[in-house]
Design a protein. Structure first.
Length: 156
């Protein structure tokens, strides 16, 4: 009877143990990398003479670095975060959401916080997706240019 009880206990313990197939490792952007992206984007915004808000999020969508330049409208920060989160969802450019909606994926419109506008870009380091940047406050194509300038500050 004691051996049977030990067998049952062993089976229960073994069934609850996580295996490699039950988990995965996720890379995320560091504060230093996010800060470098932010600095590069701010430099480009100044070069373009634009007052914008910039948000860099990690792979989970949490803000790691952000700034709202003097003169940028307060709403720009919220839109920049939405653009970053849209880039995060698509693991690419936030503008691709507009293409998906135009292509018939109207259900995307039900997602809270989706910004189907240029200005959000995915952050990839050493081919790993690690976060996203969103920029708002200038015309959308310039927002995307500013975001792209930020990405040039890191290794891709």
């Amino acid at each position: 009877m004691r051996q049977f009880a030990m067998l049952i206990i062993s089976m229960v313990l073994a069934s609850g143990a996580a295996s490699a197939a039950d988990t995965y490792a996720m890379q995320s952007i560091s504060f230093d990398a996010a800060s470098n992206i932010l600095k590069g984007a701010l430099k480009e915004a100044n070069k373009q003479d634009r007052n914008v808000a910039i948000v860099v999020v990690d792979a989970a969508g949490e803000i790691i670095a952000a700034a709202r330049m003097d003169g940028a409208k307060p709403i720009a920060m919220k839109i920049a975060l939405r653009k970053a989160n849209t880039a995060l969802l698509f693991r690419g450019a936030s503008r691709s959401a507009a293409g998906a909606i135009d292509g018939g994926a109207a259900s995307l419109l039900t997602l809270d916080g989706l910004a189907a506008l240029p200005g959000g870009l995915a952050v990839n380091i050493d081919s790993d997706f690690v976060g996203a940047i969103g920029v708002s406050g200038a015309p959308a194509d310039i927002d995307e240019l500013i975001a792209g300038a930020g990405l040039k500050r890191i290794k891709n």
